[in-house]
Design a protein around this ligand. Sequence first.
Ligand code: SAM
Length: 518
Amino acid sequence: MTSKWAGEGDNAEALVRKEVEFGEYVGLKSVVAPAVVGGDAAASYGQLVSSLVEAPEPQTVLVRVQLEESDAWQRWNRVRLMSNSSTRLQVLLELSGKSDGDGRTVVQHWRAEPVHVVVLPARLFLQNAGGYPVLRRWDQEAMHQWMDLGVALAVQQGDDGDAEVKDCVRYLRHLAETRPTTAAHCAASDAYRDVLQAPLQPLMDQLASETYEVFEADAPKYEHYEAAMIQAIVDTAAARQDSDRQIVLVVAGAGRGPLVSRALHAARRSAADVAVVAVEKNASAVVELHRRNMSLWGGAVDVVHADMRRWAPAQRADILVSELLGSFGDNELAPECLAGALERLANVCIPRRYTAYVAPVSSSALFRSAREFGGTHALETPYVVNMHAARVLAPEQPVWEFSHMPGDNVHSQRSNTIKFRVQGPALVHGVAGFFDAELYTDVRLSICPATHTAEMHSWFPMFFPIQVPLAVADGDEVLVHMWRRSAGAKTWYEWCVDTPGGTSGLHNVNGHEFWIGH
Ligand SMILES: C[S@@+](CC[C@H](N)C(=O)[O-])C[C@H]1O[C@@H](n2cnc3c(N)ncnc32)[C@H](O)[C@@H]1O
């Protein structure tokens, strides 16, 4: 193979292989391939890099991507696709340092890619009054964002007159030391960045005590529930004629009791006479409810071990409160549990309605992790994940809603197609899912990026992967098709993504890979 990109003689491939071999001999964990090329030589370059990442040596290959090339991303994407998105392929990103552009835009565009190192040319640095190199404010922020993504930074020696590399490095160290600290409520979530988790199934499974403990640490969530309960109690008290009768509030799916404590508090704060009933189907959690009833609630709570779908109390309640919301709103089967229960049990439901949202998402990290779980199964299963090295390609849009008001239709199947105009170029790896909920009137909870409830950390977004990623250009129209289907004791989602270049095909048809059990 002869090519200019290696810049040496007439057998560039042999030269590259020799250098890789030497790297292996001296024990290097990674080797940097020559700068990625476009045009006619792109296929040969991709073939060579693919053969390196498939070689038995456990080295990572860093593909040098020069941002000054207008088709830098497309060049990288071609190599990545030729190498079947190998986990041993990463990016060494060379900033151009020419433009006065905002460095944060580069992070935004590249955060979904497996960037290992960012190389800053020394000319990117300005001189401060003392003659030392500094970065523009937005470039400082960009460096903080790269550090946050765990990306290494390197400085490339410039021409005469550019800053000294050692001074630039000292400045970058200073930036690292003065990075804004993470808020306490984020610190716990940070440990789960880009970690795929199976969605909880609190109806089919019996949750463990430590899972409840994690829920209970999310004070903002319970504060919102308490605010909703106060309003519902006040409205119920105002609407009723026979003011002697106690208001009955049922916490359905009480777990170890955090909403029960909040219900008692809400009753005190609204100065109303409220009887609180705690219903829970997990026998072990019921033991803890009895313990708390004795030790914390003075025996004031009626603890019932029952499934809310079948529980038949002697007296209809006024307010039904439940926290069966999943990352996609309805994925913990709140509709199946609440719709029927509401008809028999109460007039008012908290939450009153919840909406699922979707958006196309790009993330090499999430796609690779899902694929590593194994085969088609892993890429036809939704995950819950604290998305970090990911790029949501268009603002999220509602896909469907469930409402629990008297007289609402209780059927639980849904489907919809949503059209997005995406920011590209990018590789679509799947669909991100979010939800928001109206607990009561204006008291809302949200995990949508645009409206996220402050400091609430109970829910990470959902990720619905697709088996074969789809490339999109800036401004392309992307269609996301979603279905929520049920049969017998199972509910599941099916999904499909269409881009101008192709379709992902339908995922999880008939729930054959993933379903939620009733
Ligand atoms: C997400 S947890 C929330 C628990 C608690 N409210 C909290 O905030 O910690 C949902 C709870 O609902 C219970 N649950 C789910 N489906 C139920 C049903 N049909 N009847 C009664 N409890 C149910 C589960 O066992 C679990 O304890």
